[in-house]
Ligand binder design. Structure first.
Ligand code: GAR
Length: 205
């Protein structure tokens, strides 16, 4: 197998998607390893999970910087001190600037809890239920400067059930997120999906 992709997983909170990636990386044939978990919140629960798994962690507290550029400069310093191939946003709740994204061409992906382009932004499940949507799901996509708008890598769907609450739907979608993110990273690492010039090329099924 070719060298494994070195992942940086960026989080802001509990880190269950991060944990799913860490678990997936335990398989010998998984084509990636988590080299770094980085949080913009020093109190993010996911940091402890990563440390317990023996993974290097860092936090860059956005509140400690007086501009987005300064915050992102600090992020960049940490990331560039590791040999990172792919940045996986996993519940990372800061919007990254075009400048920052431009430093990592075709190397930043995100997971979002809706079937994009539907329900960009926050409160995706409540909005889907309020609209009477019959289907919900999650999307792994390439990150571009416009929020939740980059090319789709893969999606997984779930039904919206009668009487669903946002929490119930979120839990159903989250289970799919935990499958989708490792699946997307595996496909990229295996070379079945390539991110090229801001687009997603599927080389074989
Ligand atoms: C996940 O549902 C993820 O899709 C969502 O935040 C949650 C993080 O959970 N991300 C976004 O809404 C980004 N726009 P986690 O910390 O347990 O992975």
């Amino acid at each position: 197998m070719a060298a494994k992709l070195n992942l940086a997983v960026l989080i802001s909170g509990r880190g269950s998607n991060m944990q799913a990636l860490i678990e997936a990386c335990k398989a010998d044939d998984f084509p990636a390893r988590v080299a770094l978990v980085l949080s913009n919140r020093p109190d993010a629960g996911g940091l402890q999970i990563a440390q317990d798994a023996g993974i290097q962690t860092a936090s860059v507290d956005h509140k400690a910087y007086d501009s987005k550029a300064a915050f992102e400069g600090a992020l960049q310093d940490v990331l560039s001190s590791h040999e990172i191939d792919l940045i996986c946003l996993a519940g990372f709740m800061r919007l990254l600037s075009a400048d920052f994204i431009g430093r990592w061409p075709d190397q930043i992906i995100n997971i979002h809890p809706s079937l994009l382009p539907a329900y960009k932004g926050l409160d995706t499940h409540a909005r889907a239920i309020a609209d009477g949507a019959v289907e919900a799901g999650c999307t792994v996509h390439v990150v571009i400067p416009e929020m939740d708008a980059g090319p789709v890598i893969l999606q997984k769907k779930v039904p919206v059930l009668a009487g669903d609450t946002p929490d119930a739907l979120a839990a159903r979608v989250l289970a799919q997120e935990h499958a989708a993110y490792p699946e997307a990273v595996r496909a990229i690492g295996d070379g079945r999906i390539r991110l090229v010039d801001g687009s997603v090329k599927i080389l074989e099924e």
